[in-house]
Design a protein around this ligand. Structure first.
Ligand code: AMP
Length: 285
């Protein structure tokens, strides 16, 4: 496995591989890798001749009051895990490599980024789409794999790729959970034992909603409020619980189409997100 920190070196390798006709599947990450990230790498192997991972804690997607400075970093272990998963190139540039001191260009997606996390994290998705576009330009993948854990992020990136005609196919991978249901996240390592117990209320409330839908519940507001109650009863500070159309991310009233039930909540100082996609099973469908 090659470990590259230099942008120019990465880009010339990418051009050389493209010249050879080698297709690349890219897994962009912020590091502190866990099984969720590794599941993306395994899926990426099905989509490209070679798999690259980028590891970059992107400063432009963090707000001024967010956890950029304390975001977990574990480069040695990440390298070991990538090596074990058959990654060809690990690209881990420094922020000064990625952003010129006087950079003055960015991309904005102006519709799908507005609600859900975007509403509470102003500028976050500008940072995300800009860095993903930069990674695509530097690494020239033909496929990029992202996790459903960040469902809105996937939709926003799909929209960017479509609107800007980027020759990259976006693949969405399912959420990987701990045995007890907690969605894996690099931020889970911030949680104390008691907070981790409380955090379980998120996946439990979403599972209960899925069960209710399996039994025929279809009113989005009823589902939304019961998830909100389940999470706040456990002592979490709910940022939002939303039930939206899985394509447009616009709020829905009922489940006549696939809907995303998405949560963001604080356990102590740690912000966690999770979601499920709900579909009403109709007999004969
Ligand atoms: P991050 O390092 O948090 O930016 O995540 C990098 C990629 O891994 C993103 O596409 C995430 O959606 C994905 N990811 C993070 N956690 C999980 C998980 N539990 N299951 C599946 N994918 C995940």
């Amino acid at each position: 496995m090659r470990v590259i920190q230099d942008v120019a070196e990465m880009q010339s390798l990418a051009l050389e591989r493209r010249g050879r006709g080698t297709s690349i599947a890219l897994v962009p990450t912020m590091g502190a890798l866990h099984e969720g990230h590794l599941s993306l790498v395994r899926l990426a192997h099905e989509h490209g001749d070679e798999v690259d991972v980028s590891l970059f804690v992107n400063p432009t997607q963090f707000g001024p009051d967010e956890d950029l400075a304390r975001y977990p970093r574990a480069l040695e272990r990440d390298m070991e895990l990538c090596r074990e998963e058959g990654v060809t190139t690990l690209f881990c540039p420094g922020a000064e490599q990625v952003y010129a001191a006087d950079h003055s260009t960015h991309i904005s997606e102006t519709r799908l980024s507005l609600g859900l996390c975007g509403e509470h994290r102003p500028g976050h998705f500008d940072g995300v789409v800009t860095v993903v576009a930069k990674l695509f330009n530097i690494m020239l993948p033909s496929v990029a794999v992202f996790g459903q854990k960040d469902f809105q992020q996937v939709r926003v990136i799909q929209r960017m790729v479509r609107d800007l005609n980027m020759p990259v196919r976006i693949v969405m991978a399912p959420i990987v959970r701990e045995a007890d249901g907690l969605a894996m996240s690099s931020r889970n390592r911030y949680l104390s034992g008691a907070e981790r117990e409380q955090a379980l209320s998120i996946s439990k409330a979403l599972r209960d909603a899925e069960d209710a839908v399996a039994k025929g519940a279809s009113d989005a507001e009823v589902l939304r409020t019961s998830v909100e109650a389940g999470i706040s009863d456990a002592g979490l500070k709910v940022q939002y619980v939303a039930c939206v159309d899985a394509d447009s991310l616009e709020p829905v009233e009922n489940l006549d189409r696939a809907a995303l039930l998405a949560v963001a909540a604080f356990v102590g100082n740690t912000r966690l997100i999770d979601n499920v996609v709900l579909r009403l099973e109709r007999p004969g469908c």
